[in-house]
Design a protein around this ligand. Structure first.
Ligand SMILES: [Ca+2]
Length: 228
């Protein structure tokens, strides 16, 4: 019965060149592979504008096989004084955002070996903080109302800095693959987050734009070029 739905003949020999041409013109998306636990490997990302933020949406694609009671740093922005904006996977697997002190934690599906598209957004006026996993929105929590993220720090992928670009702890390092780190200085609408998740480049990140971002590599980090 299934054969009836196959439709007319299957001209694979003719469609193949088209497919290849389409493939060749599609953009490559680089990703960062952190192959092992270290206290030395990291990537510094240079923002396109000041990190003086009263709202943001931060997105990334992330896959890690780290499990069990293991903190995993996913994004760290630190000034001389303090952690300004850090995203973690906690010891118990929850995802969290920390801005200058106590964090806000979310109970969400676990990160794993399959790539997850993760976003977190925050707005100073309302304090509304929301995670998105593969385009799906979490509950909203109220966090750091009237706060401002301060400029002048460094963005580090792969390590948590306990002082200014130093004091790394291997047991908090990132191991796995991470890519497509983009940041906007406003809260993206839910529909736009879904577009970003499926790879539609509707709005380029004004603060961090993965396609053009300058990356400073340190230690054992491999850059992969993946077809989108
Ligand atoms: Ca630390």
């Amino acid at each position: 019965m299934k054969a009836e739905f196959r439709g007319p003949c299957h001209p694979s020999i003719f469609t193949k060149p088209d497919k290849l041409a389409k493939f060749a013109s599609s953009a490559a998306l680089r990703s960062l592979v952190f192959p092992q636990e270290t206290s030395t490997s990291y990537v510094e990302m240079i923002p396109l504008k000041s990190m003086d933020l009263q709202a943001f949406t931060l997105c990334m694609r992330v896959a890690t096989e780290l499990k069990g009671k293991r903190e995993v740093i996913l994004f760290a922005y630190r000034t001389q004084e303090i952690d300004e904006l850090n995203v973690w996977r906690e010891l118990d697997g929850r995802l969290s955002l920390y801005m200058s002190g106590e964090g806000v934690l979310f109970e969400l599906p676990q990160l794993g070996g399959l790539e997850t598209h993760l976003c977190v957004s925050w707005d100073s006026i309302s304090g509304a903080t929301t995670f998105f996993l593969d385009g799906k929105k979490s509950l909203t929590k109220i966090y750091r109302k009237y706060h401002t993220v301060r400029p002048g720090g460094k963005i580090i992928i792969g390590q948590d800095a306990d002082n200014y670009v130093g004091g790394f702890d291997a047991k908090q390092s990132f191991v796995g693959e991470i890519s497509d780190i983009n940041m906007w200085d406003f809260v993206l609408p839910e529909k736009t987050v879904r577009d970003v998740f499926v790879g539609k480049r509707v709005v380029r990140g004004e603060v961090l734009d993965w396609e053009s971002a300058e990356l400073k590599m340190h230690g054992n980090v491999q850059v992969m070029e993946n077809e989108m």
